[in-house]
Design a protein around this ligand. Structure first.
Ligand code: UD1
Length: 346
């Protein structure tokens, strides 16, 4: 069985995808410099699957070190590229960090892919490429808007780079546009571990509920939506992970009609911030300390996916609903607390 190289395999979506690939018979290796992730994820993956994953602690910005991974593994049949920075606010403060990290890494991986004739490439993109869409739900052909942040710009440019690369050089690629990935593996052995104060909604909710944060704010309750808060398409990380396995299988079965195809990965359900909070309160049995705050600059009012293309062409189906998203996110937060307490008491 040829190997799939996963960049960012110790990160949030990368680690869940490694599990899904292993459970579907793929051999995998990971490249992750651990700058924003931890090798603990590999221990979790091993507990879930019974398989050890080799991680190369390599910075993809270093071309020679990246190339050496390909030299050591000469049967790489496909690449899934997750490794990237993803904090919208940080990207506004440090744009060069984002352009340098997210684009140089991608370019180096693509150079290696070309040199070693790796036929298939899957790129982590984001619904951020749609900006503030003129109509919802968005389909893959909904026009992109100018990026709202350097992070968003790196996703748009990344898509262009991958598309240009695969339209002329043989092989085939898939761009997966994630909506809002949330939740954790049902085993609570892997999940999201945000560095510092969480910027995303679900980690902010779970960290507030567990007492790491005293309170949280709902960013805006005066939008023209059904309850005044923003609408997003939350999608369970295991459903996102499985779509990567299906994307690889689709490429390997030569089912594609264009050398670079794009798929939305969302549930198709728009959920408000207040609805997400209410669902969390229901599954956790806790009442959340939150208050209404001002709108967050750069937030779009409402976005959710039309996911028919992924459902029909990749054979993708949604296995986790909002309740399961919140339940697994909460169980993961409880598991982190338990581990931290064990470490403290030792
Ligand atoms: C953003 C990016 C997305 C990226 C994701 C991961 C955009 C438009 N979207 O998603 O591409 O993949 O981050 O980092 O750039 N909220 C609160 N209180 C909080 C936190 C969030 O009310 O403490 C609200 C936000 O206003 C928003 C919703 O929750 O309405 C979701 O926010 P968040 O989880 O940060 O994701 P996005 O901004 O949608």
């Amino acid at each position: 069985m040829a190997t799939i190289l996963v960049s960012g395999g110790c990160g949030y979506i990368g680690s869940h995808t490694l599990v899904d690939l292993l459970e579907n018979g793929f051999d995998v290796i990971s490249i992750d410099d651990l700058s924003r992730s931890s090798e603990y994820a590999l221990a979790g993956i091993e507990k879930i699957t019974g398989k050890k994953v080799k991680n190369y602690k390599v910075d993809l910005k270093n071309f020679d070190e990246t190339l050496a991974v390909f030299q050591e593994n000469d049967s790489i049949a496909g690449i899934i590229h997750f490794a990237a920075y993803k904090a919208v606010g940080e990207s506004v403060e440090e744009p060069l960090l984002y352009y340098e990290n997210n684009l140089f890494s991608l370019i180096n991986l693509l150079k290696c892919a070309a040199e070693f004739d790796v036929p298939h490439f899957v790129f982590s993109s984001s619904c951020t490429v749609y900006g503030n869409p003129a109509s919802i739900p968005v389909t893959e052909s909904t026009p992109m808007q100018p990026a709202e942040s350097p992070y968003g710009a790196t996703k748009q440019m990344g898509e262009t780079i991958v598309r240009d690369m695969f339209s002329n050089n043989g092989g085939a690629a898939i761009l997966l546009r994630y909506f809002n990935p949330v939740g954790a593996h049902p085993s609570a052995l892997i999940g999201e571990t945000p560095l510092g104060k969480p910027q995303n909604l679900v980690p902010a909710i779970t960290q507030t509920a567990i007492g790491k944060l005293p309170t949280m704010k709902v960013f805006g309750n005066d939008y023209p939506t059904r309850d005044g808060s923003c609408i997003r398409d939350y999608i369970h990380v295991c459903d996102i992970a499985h779509a990567h396995t299906l994307a690889l299988q689709y490429l390997q079965a030569n089912k594609y009609t264009e050398n670079c195809e794009v798929f939305n990965l969302g549930t198709g359900n728009g959920i408000t911030v207040l609805e997400a909070i209410r669902m969390f309160e229901e599954v956790s049995g806790r009442s959340l300390a939150y208050s209404m705050g001002a709108r967050r600059p750069g937030d779009v009012m409402a976005i959710y996916a039309n996911n028919e293309k992924a459902v029909q062409q990749l054979g993708w189906s949604i296995r986790y609903d909002l309740k399961e998203m919140m339940r697994t996110a909460w169980n993961w937060e409880l598991a982190i607390k338990e581990t931290e307490e064990k470490v403290k008491n030792n």
